[in-house]
Design a protein around this ligand. Structure first.
Ligand code: GLV
Ligand code: GLV
Length: 325
């Protein structure tokens, strides 16, 4: 008898056909609409594996309904949508998709940094609105990227990949991380700073730490006050790490210069959100890992993680289990 799996969204066919080789698969077929909670509550009762996305809240009440669930496979590297403690207490293994999206997400982080520093989106609107009357000395002038100081908060895989890109732009690279990384400091020529010192010194502050109880509101009023008036904040991790009300205040009061955001506390971000009214905010719809190849790779990795656990060898090193810390 094949194990049963529920997939919470339409996924790339390469991943679906892999799952179907080993399991009986039911899937929420919509492309753009998350599975309704009621559907998920019902499906989870009878399946052995759940294949889900970061848009699915897999909390204790949901996990409690499961009768034979062995694995929750998230098609994302971040897994703050899942109550991993509850899963562990129920003997359920949680997996994610690290590594395959590292370079793609670092590319997007750098693209957002450059778009924000050089006012690309604002400049395109300016042109399309017919406001371009003449080349002019100080028209749409932004901040230099080469030679500037970047402060990376969270020197994990993606943070490291951003640091390598920054080095290519002759940037001075500072980082803050819970654990110091002397080997990386030597190899990449990056410098550790306590968080407050990094915030005061950096021209660009990139948030690349995971979202946990510890990092919620890591950047709020007090932290913005330490930053340079020319500082640019880039967040491609999770919305709740930067407090949005504090960010809005910092931008309006000109405590910082601009922000580039790929993630929000509430997603999709409401269109009447105050941050979206500011010309110096570049906002994207959570597309950090969104290259065609990387999304297919993530989908297939999530499928392999799930089947790997169901085939009974969760200690297999090719299964990407999340840390339980
Ligand atoms: C995307 O945000 C991910 O966590 O993979
Ligand atoms: C996520 O993959 C990270 O370690 O940055």
């Amino acid at each position: 008898l094949k194990p049963k799996i529920f997939v919470t969204r339409k996924i790339p066919h390469q991943a679906l056909s892999y799952l179907e080789k080993y399991a009986e698969v039911a899937m929420w077929e919509e492309e753009d609409i998350p599975v309704p909670r009621e559907v998920l509550e019902k499906e989870i009762e009878t399946v052995d594996g759940l294949y889900c996305l970061l848009t699915d809240k897999v909390d204790e009440p949901l996990i409690k309904r499961a009768k034979q669930l062995k694995v929750i496979s998230n098609m994302a590297v971040g897994y703050n949508n899942i109550d991993i403690r509850s899963a562990a207490n129920h003997g359920i293994i949680v997996t994610n998709t690290p590594d395959v999206l590292t370079e793609t997400t670092a590319d997007l982080t750098f693209a957002l940094l450059m778009a924000t520093a050089r006012r690309l989106v604002e400049s395109q609107h300016f042109l399309h609105q017919g406001k371009w009357q003449s080349w002019s000395p100080m028209l749409l002038t932004g901040q230099d990227i080469f030679g500037a100081t970047i402060g990376i908060i969270g020197l994990g895989r993606i943070g490291e990949a951003v640091a390598r890109r920054a080095k290519g732009f002759d940037m001075n690279v500072l980082y803050y991380n819970r654990r110091r990384k002397p080997e990386l400091e030597a190899r990449l020529n990056v410098q550790y700073e306590p968080l407050n010192d990094l915030l005061a010194a950096a021209d660009f502050i990139c948030i690349l730490t995971p979202y946990t109880d510890e990092t919620r509101d890591l950047i709020s009023d007090e932290q913005f006050k330490l930053m340079k008036a020319s500082a640019i904040v880039i967040n491609t991790s999770r919305g709740g790490i930067v407090n949005e009300n504090a960010l809005y205040r910092a931008l309006v009061n000109k405590e910082i210069w601009a922000a580039g955001l790929d993630v929000f506390e509430e997603e999709p971000v409401p269109l009447d959100h105050p941050l979206l009214t500011l010309p110096n905010v570049v906002a994207l719809p959570h597309i950090g890992s969104a290259s065609i190849q990387t999304r297919v790779n993530m989908a297939v990795m999530a499928a392999k993680n799930l089947i790997g656990v169901l085939q009974g060898n969760p200690e297999d090193a090719s299964i990407h289990k999340v840390n339980r810390n």
